[in-house]
Design a protein around this ligand. Structure first.
Ligand code: DP6
Length: 328
């Protein structure tokens, strides 16, 4: 076995993954499409730990909370089984962006872990195989294996062997600007895992979500290939608002927005009236991610930073593939 270090970026879905047909294998009902986010990274170091009885997990220098450590250990088991290894592992995870700010870090974490754990177990996996492995840790992590613009194909086979992400365009195909407006720090009430499960079982709008999702995927895919910000932005906003409508209509309801979330949405729409080409999307939390042409990014960030209730903004753009940095 080896000691391996890997890095992966977070991603933001423009057509979202919201609902699983298999909860254990993280198999989605629909496809999804995302942009990998440069600069919002997680590094994972995985080393054999023969003297330890069990795995150890450090996150940003501190012992991981029990539930997180459990989830990571379960993930390590999957890779170990595949490599016919049983050695306990020492894992160190460092995330460059504020995890407590509620930007999903599970995508970058499990993508980096997939790459590092496979290398630590001396498994040579293709990007497709790594995407499948990352998916088992967190669905959205399947997409963070690749840089640029990435589509996760939902697949049909019950073992998940055809459910993986694939790049549709490289990061330099289209230098999109991304601004993340942080409206609330702290952990969200209901994570996406539980939120999705509730939406599938308890939202009368879930069937409408499924029936209309393919159109959004087509519009966004076509828009990305044509570098058409208006087509991509309007379809992404529509898809995001439908996801939140599904969530709001669940029993009990899922409220992910804070007042400042809506204030940012309003400001984005005003900025459009004033001539900027910016469009919002929101995941299972209160932060707002805004896409725009890269040369408008600073102006958009400055305007959103002044919205009452916005704590700060983070800037990004399409980022690179997950990468193995070191093996020894
Ligand atoms: C709203 O990938 O975090 O961000 O598979 O249960 O780990 P699990 O869920 P996760 O869900 C992400 C949901 C989303 C939309 C998206 O990223 O596509």
């Amino acid at each position: 076995m080896s000691c391996a270090l890997a890095r992966a970026c977070a991603n933001v879905a423009l057509a979202k993954y919201w609902g699983k047909r298999d909860d254990k294998l993280n198999l989605p009902y629909t496809g999804s499409l995302s942009v990998t986010l440069a600069g919002l990274t997680t590094t994972a170091r995985v080393a054999p730990a023969a003297r330890q009885a069990v795995d150890s997990v450090l996150m940003n220098g501190a012992a991981a909370p029990h539930q997180e450590a459990q989830r990571i250990s379960t993930f390590l088991d999957l890779v170990r089984q595949r490599a016919s290894r049983r050695m306990p592992l020492a894992v160190e995870i460092d995330t460059s962006f504020p995890v407590a700010a509620g930007i999903a870090s599970s995508a970058s974490t499990f993508a980096a872990l997939a790459v590092a754990t496979a290398a630590a177990c001396d498994l040579a996996l293709s990007p497709t195989e790594l995407s499948i492995v990352a998916r088992l840790g967190s669905g959205s992590a399947a997409r963070s294996i690749h840089g640029g613009y990435v589509e996760w194909l939902p697949g049909e086979i019950s073992d998940g062997s055809d459910s993986f992400a694939t790049p549709i365009a490289s990061a330099d195909h289209w230098p999109l600007g991304v601004v993340v407006a942080i409206t609330h720090e702290g952990k969200k009430d209901v994570g996406s895992r539980e939120g999705m499960a509730r939406a599938v079982k308890q939202s009368p709008f879930f069937s409408a979500w499924l029936a209309s999702h393919e159109d959004d995927l087509d519009d966004i895919r076509r828009g990305i290939l044509a570098r058409d910000i208006e087509a991509v932005g309007l379809a992404a906003e529509h898809n995001c608002l439908k996801m939140h409508a599904v969530a709001l209509a669940a029993k009990p309801p899922l409220f992910y927005w804070k007042p400042a979330t809506l204030a940012v949405i309003e400001r984005v729409r005003q900025l459009r009236d004033e001539g900027l080409s910016c469009y919002f999307t929101i995941d299972a939390g209160p932060q707002v991610k805004v896409i725009c042409p890269i040369d408008q990014r600073d102006e958009v960030a400055a305007a959103l930073g002044r919205v009452p209730g916005v704590h700060r903004t983070l800037l990004s753009e399409p980022g690179p593939d997950a990468e193995l940095l070191e093996v020894k």
